[in-house]
Design a protein around this ligand. Structure first.
Ligand code: HEC
Length: 111
């Protein structure tokens, strides 16, 4: 009985921390978006460059597609038949993997 109660408690705590860490990742991604100057070429909620509007991108692309834009923009542009210039900087591939993850999570939150 006691073990059951403990198990229930542990999974409830895990659920809460999952939700909290998902929100943290979105917030972290949003900070990185600002720090990496994505808005020089992209617009979100009316702010930034109209060259490429990212509102709704989370519904348009999968997480893997978003990741590819970040780590291999040349390949992503080819697949998307995109000819828009200037292309994404290739430097994002050198970001720590956790930062790329956070940017992907933030992009996915734009539905
Ligand atoms: C120097 C300009 C530039 C910068 C800076 C830039 N991008 Fe891009 N990005 C582009 C271009 C150009 C495209 C292709 C857009 C198209 O074809 O509609 C693109 C495409 C994308 C796409 C796919 C868009 C779509 O409609 O399918 C995502 C997601 C994206 N960028 C995210 C980011 C994020 C996140 C950052 C910052 C870490 C960033 N970009 C910084 C130029 C840039």
């Amino acid at each position: 009985m006691r073990a059951l109660v403990m198990a229930g408690f542990v999974s409830a705590v895990m659920l809460v921390s999952d939700v909290a860490s998902a929100q943290d990742a979105v917030a972290r991604g949003q900070q990185l978006y600002a720090a990496q100057k994505c808005s020089m070429c992209h617009q979100v909620a009316g702010k930034g460059n109209k060259l490429s509007v990212l509102d709704g991108i989370g519904a348009k692309l999968t997480a893997d597609q978003i990741r590819e834009w970040l780590v291999d923009p040349v390949a992503a542009a080819k697949k998307a038949n995109s000819t828009k210039k200037p292309l994404m900087p290739k430097t994002y591939a050198k970001l720590p993997p956790a930062d790329v993850d956070a940017l992907v999570v933030y992009m996915q939150s734009l539905k």
